[in-house]
Design a protein around this ligand. Structure first.
Ligand code: F6R
Length: 613
């Protein structure tokens, strides 16, 4: 989704901004632009499509200035085009803006401005903001005041960054609500502004984050943060420890493939500092949970979007089995508007890779309003979903660049498993023997994940066979039912093949009518308590002539007989099987898309971080 980068200092802002935008490409976008102040004038270059188009434009018509802002846009109002790309400039050419978010009352504002004689040059909602700011500014107030006054008029959630040739020594950045973050990077005689950490991590690790309804005045040597009411806010500087090298593709063709292969390591990393194998204990320090709070929980609701929601469905079985607390799982975009039954005895857990998903953040707000304890499981350090939670578990998997989430799906499965043990322990419902047994099982994760990854060639062979199919039906049951959903989601996201998932027991209630020789069925049948039931479902498919792809446990002779193709996984503890059944499905989706020659890391219409509704 939209990305923002800004620079002020002694260097040429253009290459720094373009490089920063490149680091944000993974978020997904359809146009890009840059504005710098050059010799007292605002110069803008914008183009539709990939960043390379903008780079070519900048080569043809170079830009240099010591202050500038850039943007990658994911269209909401107005088609993707150079005309609608950001930065957008005011009518008098004195103020220029980049913006993430949607101006909910933009029609009303546009009509008002038009009635006062304004002519709009784009179809965007953003232009109304810059027109408002400029109109306030030319009345004689400071740029900071003009931004503040204007933001009071717009509804919705926003991240904005503004510069002006009339006050060329500062960048003004502001955040309202949850339309993505605004982070300020502190350099030496230079400062950076961005929507996301990776854009500026190369230059500084010292970062400050704006909260909702805060704005920053950023000069070369100083950062001042205030609320939108003008109250002073202490500037807190966090030191970000991520290694930017982790975001390089290395020997892999795509980031997605690299991230799939990182899972043996990322699954180890997510255990690090949390599991004490010597004393059989789980420690989740940042959760801020104690015995009293844990014992007061009557119900857990897990809420999230997309892949993270699928992880939540696995978490339900884990928590209900280990901690014996009832768990509901809800899609965040539904939860936020459903007036859910939540009170002080409810613990709401959100899961989010980016920590900036608008629906998930709104669900957190709703839960807080109703008095619940709100916990989050998040990958992006410093993101809003961490800051707005009462406690959190960080996934610790490093930046995920591929739009299709992989390592940020398997890590929360393990986090939820650890959380279940931790809560059960605090509530005193686990015997010593049970705790030892559950914790012991965590040891095998990196090894089994590594073994699954080594089987990539076999999965690729199956991908070659399936590459031209038009549909696939994914079936699973019990704790692997959500993995059917996750496998189908991965396939449709990156290969554009229609894939549908069903709890296998539902087959007979409808989807079985679809089965014929043209409908391949992928069934997940590890050796767990649902195995026999799954087998009978698989037999029914076989009887109707469907091609069968099975995910099965090594040595399963029945699977070998029944399946046209089998993706094998090593034997594993049943509560953790989803971590391993997922891996061949990620690889299958990846190879099908790669063979079809598609843009695996940036699939069409998708964004890495969905900061609008
Ligand atoms: C799927 C995918 C999306 C995200 C969803 C939530 O591969 O990436 O379905 O899982 O948009 O995003 P986060 O986890 O950032 O809240």
């Amino acid at each position: 989704m939209c990305g923002i980068v800004g620079y002020i200092g002694e260097k040429n802002a253009t290459p720094i901004i373009l490089e920063g935008l490149r680091k944000l490409e993974y978020r997904g976008y359809d146009s890009a632009g840059i504005a710098v102040i050059e010799d007292g004038k605002i110069e803008i270059r914008r183009d539709v499509g990939k960043l390379i188009n903008l780079e070519v434009l900048v080569k043809e018509r170079p830009l240099s200035g010591k202050i500038g802002i850039g943007h990658t846009r994911w269209a909401t109002h107005g088609a993707p085009s150079a005309r609608n790309a950001h930065p957008l400039i005011g009518e008098k050419g004195k103020v220029v803006i980049v913006h993430n978010g949607i101006v909910e009352n933009y029609l009303e504002l546009k009509e008002e401005l038009e009635s006062e004689g304004a002519h709009f040059n784009s179809d965007t909602d953003t232009e109304t903001i810059v027109y408002l700011i400029e109109r306030n500014f030319v009345k004689g107030v400071t740029l900071e005041e003009a931004v503040r006054l204007s933001l009071q008029r717009i509804r919705g959630a926003h991240g904005i960054v503004v510069i002006s040739n009339q006050e060329p020594d500062k960048i003004i950045a502001a955040r309202i609500g949850n339309a993505g973050g605004v982070v300020i990077g502190h350099g030496d005689g230079e400062m950076f502004v961005a929507s996301d950490i990776p854009a500026i991590l190369e230059y500084t690790r010292k970062m400050s984050f704006l909260e909702s309804h805060q704005m920053a005045v950023v000069t070369r040597n100083h950062v001042e943060i205030k609320t939108l009411n003008g109250e002073h806010v202490d500037v807190k500087i966090d030191n970000i420890a991520w290694d930017p090298v982790a975001a390089v593709k290395g020997k892999y063709r795509h980031f997605m493939q690299k991230e799939i292969h990182e899972q043996a390591r990322s699954l180890t990393d997510t255990l690090t500092g949390r599991v004490d194998f010597d004393n059989n204990r789980i420690e989740l320090i940042n959760l801020n949970m104690d015995e009293k709070k844990a014992k007061a929980i009557q119900k857990i609701i897990i809420t999230a979007c997309g892949t993270a929601y699928n992880a939540g469905m696995v978490g339900k079985t884990m928590i209900e089995t280990i901690a014996k607390i009832p768990v509901e799982v809800d899609v965040a975009s539904e939860f936020r508007y459903r007036d859910p039954l939540v009170d002080e005895s409810t613990c709401v857990i959100v899961i989010s890779q980016s920590g900036e998903t608008a629906d998930t953040l709104a669900a957190m707000e709703e839960a807080h309003k109703k008095g619940a304890i709100v916990l989050s499981i998040v990958n992006a350090i410093g993101s809003q979903a961490i800051r707005a939670a009462d406690g959190y578990i960080s996934m610790q998997v490093g930046p995920e660049i591929g739009v299709a989430s992989t390592k940020a799906f398997t890590a929360p499965l393990v986090d939820l498993y650890m959380l279940a043990i931790y809560l059960a322990d605090l509530r005193g419902t686990l015997t010593e023997e049970e705790r030892s047994h559950y914790i012991y099982d965590l040891r095998v994760i990196p090894d089994i994940a590594g073994k699954c990854l080594k089987r990539e060639d076999a999965v690729e062979e199956v991908a070659k066979i399936l590459k031209d199919v038009h549909n696939i039906l994914y079936l699973g049951r019990g704790i692997n039912m959500p993995i059917a959903y996750e496998g189908a989601l991965k396939l449709k996201e990156i290969s554009y093949i229609h894939a549908e998932a069903y709890p296998a027991g539902e087959m007979k209630h409808g989807p079985i009518a679809l089965i014929d020789k043209d409908m391949p069925v992928l069934a997940i049948i590890p050796k767990d308590q649902w195995y026999d039931k799954m087998l009978s479902q698989v037999e029914q498919v076989k009887a109707r002539g469907g091609t069968l792809i099975l995910v099965a446990t090594d040595g399963d002779a029945r699977a070998k007989e029944l399946g046209d193709y089998v993706l094998w996984i090593p034997e594993s503890p049943w509560l953790l099987t989803p971590v391993f059944t997922t891996i061949p499905l990620q690889m299958l989706a990846y190879h099908i898309a790669a063979i079809r020659g598609l843009d695996v890391d940036q699939p069409r219409n998708l964004a890495k971080s969905v900061t609008v509704e």
